[in-house]
Every structure is written in C-alpha cells, then in structure tokens.
Design a protein around this ligand. Structure first.
Ligand code: F6R
Length: 600
C-alpha cells in the first residue's frame, strides 16, 4: 500500500528517496513522486507507474539535502499524475505526502475550502490546502499543522515540508504506520523501516496523534497539545541483505525456498535448553484462562487461522472461532465469558484486523498478535506478541509467513495443552524438524510443478482445488495464491460440496487439483475426483506418501497428520508461481494488490 520516505541531512536527498521508494515497491502502488527542496525552491516530480519511470523523470542535476517521497495505491481518485503525491498547497508553499484515509474530507472541503479550485481528486490535497488556510490565519506553521491535524478524522501518516524552512520535516501519524530513523548528521522518515535500512538501523516509534519535528541533528516528538514526549530509540532487527533478491528471479520464489530455513529458525526460537517449549509465561496464562478463542485475520493469514483452529481444538481442547476481520468488525458475534483474541497478521498493519483489535480492547478482552513484525501496530496494541521469525516477506503473495503462522500456532497449541495437563504424544518441535526436511525435498523438485502448471494453467480461464478436512483449508489458500498472481479465476472447495452445485461448472478440460493427505477422507476425496473426471475435468491428485495411488501426479513426503498443510501448500505455491510466470504476469507485484493493507 502507500509508502512514505523522507530525508533531511547533508547528502543529495533525491537518490536516498528514490532508493527508499524502490524498497517500498513490494507493498504495491500505482503512482509515485518525490519533492526535494533547495535554494531554488521546491522541485516536484511525479509519475503514474513505476519508480523506474520516476527515476527517468527526476532531473539528474537537481541537488537538495532534504525531501519527501511517496508511492500511492489509489483510494480516492484514479491512478494519475495529478492524484500522485506529493501534493502542494495553492501558493505551493507547503508540500505534503500522506498515507491513510481522511474520512471527513468532504466536510473539511465544504467547511474550510469552499470554492477552492482543487488540483486532484484526493483526500490528501485537502490536508495540505487546510494547513495553508490555517497558516494564513495563525502565521505559525507548527500551530497550523497542529490545528489541521486536530480537525482530521480517519487514518494518516503525514510528512510536510514548508518551502520557507529547509531545516525541518513536519511529521504526524494516526493509525497508519510511520517511523523516524536516526542518523549521524541526518534523520529519515519512513512508513516501513525497510525503506531506509541502508541509512540507519536505529528508529523511534511515533504513536497515534503525535507530531514529530525532524531536523538534521534533532528529532522532537510532541503531543497534539504541544507537550514534549521523550522516547528511546530501538534497533530494527532486519538484515538489509534479506531485502534483496540475490540470484533469484523473483522474491516469491526466494521466499518459497526459504520455508525450510524459517521452520528451523522457529524451532530454534521456541525451544528451551531442556527441549521444552519456550514461551512467555503471560501468554501461557492467557491461553489457559480462555474459555473460547477468537482468531481474527484476513486473506492468507485467515487461511492459516483455519488450520490453527484445528490445533487448538484438537490438542488444547479450547473451542476456537476463526473470523474474517472485515466481517467481524461490523458484525460481532455473541462472545463467550472469557474470550482471548488472537490476531494473525504477517505485516501487523492490516487495518481490518486493527479495527477489530480496537473494539475488543475497548471491551476489555485480552489480545495476542501473531506477526512477522514485532513493533508493528497490531503487535504494539495487543497485550502479547508471538513472533514468526520468517524474515522480511517482500513478494505480495504470502508464502513463508503462512507456513510460519501455522508452525507457531502448532507450538502455541501444544504449549497450552501441556499447561492444562493434557498428555500428548505429539512433539511439535521434533515434528517440525521432519516438516523442514520434507519442505526441502519439495523445493528441490520445482521442475515437476513447472510441468504440471504448464499443463493445467497455461491457457485456462478457471481452476478448482478440492480437499477435505485439513486439505480443505489448504485448497482455499491454493486458490487464493493462484488467482492473486496469475489472475486465473480459482476456487477452493470442500470435496463433498461439489455435487451441491459447483460441479455444474465442470467442462471438458477444466483443471481440478485435489489434495489428499488425510487417511480418513482419502477414499472420499478420490471419489470426488472420479466425479469431476467423468465430466471431462483435467484432474490431478497430490497425495501424501502412504495414501498414494498409481496415477497420482505428485506424492508428498510423509509428515505428522496435523502438520500436512505445511507440506501440501508448497506444491500449491509453486504451481501458482509457475502459472503466473507462464502467463507473463508480474509475479511479485500483482495488479491491484498491496502487501500491507492499511486501509479498511
Ligand atoms: C495473500 C496475502 C493477503 C494477506 C492479507 C493479510 O497472499 O498476502 O491475503 O494475507 O492481506 O495480511 P496480513 O497477514 O499482513 O495481515
């Protein structure tokens, strides 16, 4: 989604801004721009399209030691140069970039900016025009900025530059992520630390409704009422090398390949010296106390939650409901007496999930966030956090975060079971070791999936995935992966449900992929495959060793029955990857999608 970078120091800011924006490309965007200030004034460059095009447009000669940049993912107004950020006030004195959504922008326009000839269709332009209007009344930039912010409703991360002050970037946030990075003789601003890791690894968090005055050698945090806030900086634990593709053609392929390593890292992080599970005692207590768990998530993380429910119910005997965040937010079910909310989110920034977190916190219910980004909004605002340790996930299509979420939920479920005195034969850390090796053997056989993908998906318009039990959860994820990066219309169905309607869609050649990893439903899912094959489907079965039949397309190495999703999803990720590749799609940056969905 939208990204912000700002720099104030001694270097030429345009290079730092462009490099930073490139690092944010993975989040998804449709236009981009930078504004840099020097003695000659403000220089604004904007394009519809990629950063490469912006690079071509930026004047090579321009030298300026401060500036702000932005990648935009359209919400108000189509992707266009006019709607791209930075936006300028009428006199062009103020220049601003913004992430988020200003909910009361019509009201502000009608009350404060009547008859003004606006240059764009964005909610952002309203903010910069409002600041200028207020400045004309109070003649003090900080005061005008503060007053403007107090009028805004909604979410925002803002960086503002005043043409008449090249020593300061004015920064503010509410609900949208924004960080200030600290350097020696310079400071940076970023909506994601990834954008500025080349410059610094030391960051200061900004809390909602705070203002930060960022100078070359000083950073001052204030509340909206002007009182100063002291806050320690922290070191971001992201290795800059993890944000590079290396020799891989795509981040997605790199991240698929990293999954065995991630599982081994999780084992290491959650294993105590005596081979027991290492987990925060407060999380253990919260899990034990809960009479019902509500898992809240979106997209792929929701699919991981469906698997997590099985672990917690089967191993720890606690009932679990899994909800799509955007639905729960507006239609809260009847809650139990002692609920615990688990928020699953790779980015920790998903606005739909955050909206539920805000509501459940207001109701006084405890919250645990399972995320890849400790320090993210969902992590900071929940009572507890479990870290996925998956390393930065750059490709928009989530792969290693999904398997990491499942692995961490398995560990959590077993820990809770043990804390409740349930005797289990299942040792998750040992079983996850077997899973890591199984994953490795699959990523070593990529060519097989490339062949299947070519056969089944090269020209098709649609595809179906079927499974039962655990496999039903994985086929939902398989369909999402395929549709989001290859644009093939794909659905994941419960095998037994086909004959209740969906089978009408099966025609000659319709691709149907079945997963069979569960002994108790192996025969029934194969029956479903026969039903679609009899109606002309191009059907294939991916089965688990021990359950295979002669003409199965692929046999997965055997792992514990509960952990099969960690293994069966790998071929599905690879099938989606190769399908997208064969159809010439932009694998890492699929159309219309953003990595971190920070608007509801
Ligand atoms: C799909 C995908 C999305 C995310 C969803 C939630 O590949 O990545 O469906 O899973 O947008 O994002 P997080 O996990 O960051 O809350």
């Amino acid at each position: 989604m939208c990204g912000i970078v700002g720099y104030i120091g001694e270097e030429n800011s345009k290079d730092i801004l462009l490099n930073g924006l490139e690092k944010l490309e993975y989040r998804g965007y449709d236009s981009a721009g930078i504004a840099v200030l020097n003695d000659a004034g403000m220089n604004v460059f904007k394009v519809k399209g990629r950063i490469a095009a912006l690079r071509d447009q930026v004047d090579d000669e321009v030298q300026a030691t401060m500036g702000i940049g932005h990648t935009r993912w359209a919400t108000h107004g189509e992707p266009s140069v006019d709607n791209a950020h930075p936006h300028q006030s009428l006199s062009e004195r103020f220049t601003l970039v913004h992430n988020g959504v200003i909910e009361n922008y019509y009201e502000i326009r009608d009350e404060y900016l009547k008859n003004m000839d606006l240059k764009s269709e964005t909610d952002t332009e309203i903010v910069v025009q409002l600041i200028e209007q207020l400045y004309e009344e109070v003649h003090d930039v900080q005061q005008a900025f503060r007053q403007a912010l107090s009028l805004l409703k909604g979410s925002y991360a803002i960086a503002l530059v005043d043409n008449e002050n090249s020593d300061m970037i004015y920064v503010a946030k509410n609900k949208s992520p924004l960080l200030v990075g600290l350097g020696d003789g310079f400071n940076v601003v970023a909506s994601d630390a990834m954008a500025t890791l080349k410059e610094t690894d030391r960051y200061v968090e900004i809390e909602d409704k705070e203002i930060v005055l960022v100078k070359r050698d000083q950073v001052q945090i204030q509340k909206l009422d002007g009182t100063t806030v002291e806050r320690e900086s922290y070191v971001a634990e992201i290795d800059a090398a993890d944000t590079e593709k290396g020799t891989y053609p795509h981040f997605m392929l790199k991240e698929i390949d990293e999954q065995p390593l991630v599982i081994r890292k999780i084992i290491q992080e959650y294993q105590d010296s005596d081979d027991t599970i290492k987990l925060d005692e407060d999380i253990r207590k919260a899990m034990k106390k809960a009479d019902r768990i509500y898992i809240i998530a979106a997209g792929t993380s929701y699919h991981a939650g469906l698997v997590g429910k099985q672990f917690i119910e089967k191993l720890a005997n606690i009932p679990v409901e899994v909800h799509i965040a955007s639905e729960f937010s507006y239609n809260m079910p009847l809650l139990s007496e002692k609920p615990l909310f688990i928020y699953i989110s790779q980015s920790g920034e998903t606005a739909d999930s955050r909206s539920v977190l805000v509501q459940t916190k207001q109701l006084g219910h405890p919250a645990l966030t399972v995320t890849n980004v400790p320090g993210s909004t969902l992590s900071r605002e929940a009572d507890y956090t479990l870290h996925l340790h998956a390393g930065p996930e750059i490709a928009v299509a989530s792969t290693k975060a999904y398997t990491a979420q499942i692995a961490v939920l398995a560990i959590l479920a077993v820990d809770t079971a043990r804390a409740k005195g349930v005797e289990l034969a299942f040792d998750p850390l040992q079983e996850l070791g077997i899973v890591a090796s199984a994953m490795e053997s699959l990523t070593d056989q990529k060519e097989s999936f490339e062949v299947i993908a070519k056969d089944m998906f090269e020209t098709t318009r649609n595809a179906f995935f079927i499974g039962r039990g655990m496999d039903y959860f994985v086929v939902q994820e398989a369909a999402l992966k395929l549709k989001e990066i290859s644009y093939i219309q794909a659905e994941g169905f419960a095998g037994g449900e086909l004959k209740h309607g969906t089978i009408a869609l099966i025609e000659d050649g319709t691709p149907v992929i079945a997963i069979s990893t569960q002994d108790n439903v192996n025969l029934s899912i194969r029956g479903n495959v026969q039903e679609v094959a009899a109606r002309g489907a191009n059907a294939c079965v991916v089965s688990m060793k021990g359950l295979e039949k002669d003409d199965d397309s692929f046999v997965l190495p055997q792992v514990h029955e509960l952990l099969t999703p960690l293994v069966s999803v790998i071929p599905m990720q690879l099938l989606a990857y190769y399908a997208a590749l064969h159809r010439d799609c932009d694998v890492d940056k699929p159309r219309n999608l953003a990595k971190s969905v920070t608007v509801e």
